[in-house]
Structure formats: structure tokens, C-alpha cells
Design a protein around this ligand. Structure first.
Ligand code: PEP
Length: 248
């Protein structure tokens, strides 16, 4: 039986004061949660997340990681640095990174490998654009994104990772995939992994992301292959994020 996980992606939002209020609320409420819970915060606030959440049930992580170990890579942050701030998770291949910063499947695969090597749990994001869905190639796109990581790191690596299916057309748009649309892609992903390793497929947490709100979380999380959510906008509002965690 897979446990559910709800991870917040704060994106580039927050300041020390608003973060503290949010972290305090999440920490207080976390004792009563039966799902896993995490927040992925901007790099400058990792120390604040660590100080606020250490010893609680809430894990924290980064939103991006360099594929390189160290060196002359101005502006980049290594996996080892994230580990020093107590991170358990890191988002890899979020669609905003792919679309706005030119991250290719190969770069995402290299970042995934770097995260794993440092002992982090990568949350690998995959998903199709609206044009790709309308062209009927959702499965092709998601499989290509997944296969890039499997070829680089091997199937067993997925046993130490979390997947997030995030249709690009549903992120930050208020349009959510229907529970059945999401379930279909989650089942496709699990079947693809099962072709190589049935046990890894069975244990793999596959989160859904894309305009998850308190009002739609429960029906999404009730689907058999949806193991929780990656939450953007709603993770910035304590009541909403905690309601979504309760739904899980
Ligand atoms: C995200 O950024 O991963 C996300 C799912 O955003 P939102 O919940 O705002 O659609």
C-alpha cells in the first residue's frame, strides 16, 4: 500500500515574515496528518524551512538543482548544498524550468542523477502541453520524458524517487485535469515502469499537479494511481494547503 504525499511548490513567492506564518501553521497541523507532507521553497529560505520544520513530520526541499557537483557555474546550487540544509526532496524538470529555462530531457535526467547521488529524493515532473494533448500525443511526451531518466539512471533509480504528472495546461491556470484524465496518465506511467520492473512500479508514488485546490483534491486523490499532489498556488495559503493534506 503506497502512502500519499502532498508537496507544496512555493515557486518564487514569499518573504521571511509570510513564510514564517505559513511554516508555523503547517508545522502545527502536521502532527495530525496521516499523509507525507513537504514544502519546496526558494533557495534563500531553505535555512528558514529547516529551522522551522526540523523535528516535525513536514519535509522540505528545493525547486531545482544543478546537474554539476561543483565548479564555475555561477548562480547554480548543487545537490550537496541542498543536503547541507536538510532537504529531503528536490523538484526536477518542473515544466516552468523546461519551458522558461530551456531544460531538455537530457538535462533533467542529469539533474535527477545528481540529486539521487547526493541522497536526495527527486520529484520528477512530467507532463504535456495543451497542443500536445490536443494532438493526441500525451502518452508519447510523458513516456519520452520518463524514458530519458530511466536510460540515464536505470529503472531501480525510480524506486528512490517520486513522480509528478503535471499537465502544463493545468498549472496555474485554474483548469484541472479531470480525475479520470489524470488517472489515465498515471496508469500509463505506472504501466511503463512496470514493463521494466513491476515492484518499482507498484511502490512508485505518482503525484498529480495542476490547479489542485481543497475543492477538487479529494476526488483526484481517490483515483487508484494518484498518490497525492504537487501543489503550487494553493500551497501558499495555509488553510488551503492543509485542507488538501487532509484530503490525502
Ligand atoms: C506547480 O507549480 O507545480 C503547480 C501544480 O501549480 P498550481 O497548483 O498553481 O497549478
Amino acid at each position: 500500500m503506497r502512502t500519499k504525499l502532498v508537496a507544496g511548490n512555493w515557486k518564487m513567492h514569499g518573504n521571511l515574515a509570510t513564510n514564517q506564518a505559513l511554516l508555523n501553521r503547517v508545522r502545527e497541523a502536521s502532527a495530525g496528518l496521516s499523509c507525507g507532507c513537504a514544502v519546496c521553497v526558494p533557495f534563500p529560505y531553505l535555512a528558514q524551512a529547516q529551522a522551522s520544520l526540523a523535528g516535525s513530520k513536514v519535509a522540505w526541499g528545493g525547486q531545482n538543482v544543478s546537474e554539476h557537483g561543483q565548479g564555475a557555474y555561477t548562480g547554480e546550487v548543487s545537490a550537496a548544498m541542498l543536503v547541507e540544509f536538510g532537504c529531503r526532496y528536490v523538484l526536477v524538470g518542473h515544466s516552468e524550468r523546461r519551458a522558461l529555462y530551456g531544460e531538455t530531457d537530457a538535462m533533467v535526467a542529469a539533474k535527477f542523477a545528481a540529486a539521487l547521488q547526493a541522497g536526495l529524493t527527486p520529484i520528477l515532473c512530467v507532463g504535456e502541453t495543451l497542443a500536445e494533448r490536443e494532438a493526441g500525443i500525451t502518452g508519447v511526451v510523458v513516456t519520452r520524458q520518463l524514458d530519458a531518466v530511466i536510460s540515464a539512471s536505470g529503472i531501480s533509480a525510480l524506486g528512490k524517487a517520486v513522480l509528478a504528472y503535471e499537465p502544463v495546461w493545468a498549472i496555474g491556470t485554474g483548469k484541472t485535469a479531470s480525475p479520470q484524465q489524470a488517472q489515465d496518465v498515471h496508469a500509463l506511467i505506472r504501466a511503463r515502469v512496470a514493463e521494466s520492473d513491476a515492484a518499482v512500479a507498484q511502490g512508485l508514488q505518482i503525484l498529480y499537479g495542476g490547479s489542485v485546490k481543497p475543492g477538487n483534491a479529494q476526488e483526484l486523490f481517490a483515483m487508484p494511481d494518484i498518490d497525492g499532489g504537487l501543489i503550487g498556488g494553493a500551497s501558499l495559503v495555509a488553510d488551503d494547503f492543509l485542507a488538501i493534506c487532509s484530503a490525502a
